[in-house]
Design a protein around this ligand. Structure first.
Ligand code: DWN
Ligand code: ZN
Length: 421
């Protein structure tokens, strides 16, 4: 969707918390005006078609949900999407384990439908299908839903809501399991979303979802995962409250390293007799409290730390340029775009960004307009340093760039703190 002054409802300012409805919202991280990170540009995209919007996080002192101060029109963000989950082998492996783990824990069989919300290119759904389980995907991005359908993974091209839920049940029946990875943070009407989940599940059904964990965001300085798509930044405590308000009870929570630290929450209908929740749930809730993450003062300290990271990285890169070193980047991630734009790093510092996603290659990174290129560029125009913008996949990126390394190339990992290897 083109963005222009007539695009309706482009922006909504957040004045009340999306979970508890409270108005005691404390701003704690202001990254300034930022472009839309997944809106890749072509050489001739006019500057006027590259709007920037404030990027600021608020902390709710009532329920402890951190959330953006602005909500953009999801049609603008997700109608077409350039992020394909399957590009990373690490994530494919994570999905493989997740599917097998849930199949075993819930004892899923051939009559148990698995529905995935925001199923992207079917990276996870294909793993359930490979286990001979019936599957249905729901994906709002037309280009990506098409790709999944072409690959034989039945996918409805819709945003998830009550209407879509009914259509999905008409089409495939009631699911025993609904899964959703990395989508809850993107949802403005969280209660509507969860209500639709609860009303869709079979009585003996489960809802399993993964979200980036706010504990790691804070402890590992993952401030660059703040962008307009990520409306909420979750601790477990507000999640328990949101689930419970919609008739869902938490059964278990597990931690994973994927995407810089993720929690997987397993929940089921509160009406269904269930065993008590596992000790993990109370352990994480205690941990959040001990870390001071229910107290707004901890958040106010975080902003100063983010400024120091910027200072350190920009000073280091400027010194490299002073020594005539050539710097390129790997992983045209959304977070990498935030990092570069927030730090004011453009073509004068970074020559190009390598990415293995064909849909991103040949385009330009929003804001700083760095060219996104394929891996061959590392050979054609070798840099001295490679800034790893997908710091969540360091091992995979290092593994893929053996030739660069063998020729003396070095890596810069910016998060959680500057590291050169
Ligand atoms: O929630 C979201 C998360 C989970 O993923 C979305 N809003 C968007 C996206 O965020 P991101 O773009 O910061 O995610 P990634 O997965 O860190 O992006 C990695 C980028 O690096 C992708 O463009 C793919 C690319 N890549 C590559 O080219 N070769 C990644 C790997 C591992 C590789 O080997
Ligand atoms: Zn709240």
């Amino acid at each position: 969707m083109a963005i222009n002054s007539s695009t309706h409802d482009l922006v909504r300012a957040v004045t009340r918390c999306r979970i508890c409805g409270g108005a005691d919202l404390i701003p704690f991280l202001d990254l300034g005006k930022m472009p839309l990170v997944n809106r890749y540009l072509t050489e001739d995209t006019p500057y006027a078609d590259e709007p920037r919007f404030p990027l600021e996080i608020l902390f709710c002192r009532s329920c402890c949900l951190s959330q953006l101060s602005l909500v953009l029109n999801p049609e603008v963000l997700y109608g077409q999407y350039s992020y394909f989950s399957s590009v990373s082998a690490t994530f494919r492996e994570h999905c493989n384990r997740m599917a097998r783990g849930l199949r075993d824990t819930l004892d899923l069989g051939q009559n148990d439908l698995v529905m995935e919300i925001a199923s992207n290119d079917g990276c996870l759904l294909s793993q359930f299908k490979a286990l001979d389980l019936p599957v249905l995907g729901i994906e709002p991005a037309g280009n990506i839903a098409q790709l999944a359908n072409d690959a034989g993974l039945r996918t409805l091209n819709r945003f998830w809501n009550g209407e879509t839920a009914k259509e999905a049940v008409r089409l495939a029946g009631q699911p025993r399991l609904i899964v959703a990875t990395n989508v809850l943070a993107h949802v403005d009407d969280l209660h509507g979303f969860l209500e639709a989940v609860a009303s869709t599940l079979r009585p003996d059904g489960f809802f399993a979802f993964e979200v980036p964990y706010m504990v790691h965001f804070m402890n590992r300085s993952e401030f660059d995962t703040t962008y307009h798509e990520h409306l909420s930044y979750f601790l477990l405590r507000p999640l328990v409250q949101a689930l419970s308000a919609n008739g869902l009870s938490i059964v278990d929570v597990q931690e994973f390293e994927i995407h810089g630290g993720t929690i997987r929450v397993l929940s089921r209908l509160s009406t269904h007799a269930s065993p008590p929740r596992t000790a993990n749930v109370d352990r994480l809730l205690r941990w959040e409290e001990e870390l001071g993450l229910y107290d707004s003062a901890s958040y106010l300290r975080f902003a100063a730390h983010v400024s120091r990271i910027k200072e350190e990285l920009t000073t280091f890169l400027s010194a490299l340029k002073g020594r005539k070193k050539k710097v390129a980047a790997y992983g045209a991630s959304a977070k990498g775009n935030v990092l570069l734009n927030y730090c004011g790093l453009g073509r004068d510092i970074v020559d190009y960004v390598v990415d293995d996603t064909p849909e991103k290659q040949g385009k330009f990174y929003p804001g700083n307009r760095l060219p996104v290129v394929n891996r061959d560029h590392l050979r054609k125009s070798p840099p001295d340093y490679l800034l790893l913008l997908a710091w969540n996949f360091v091992d995979e990126l290092v593994h893929k760039t053996g030739e660069f390394r063998a020729q003396g190339g070095r890596y810069i990992v910016p998060i959680p703190s500057l590291r050169v290897m």
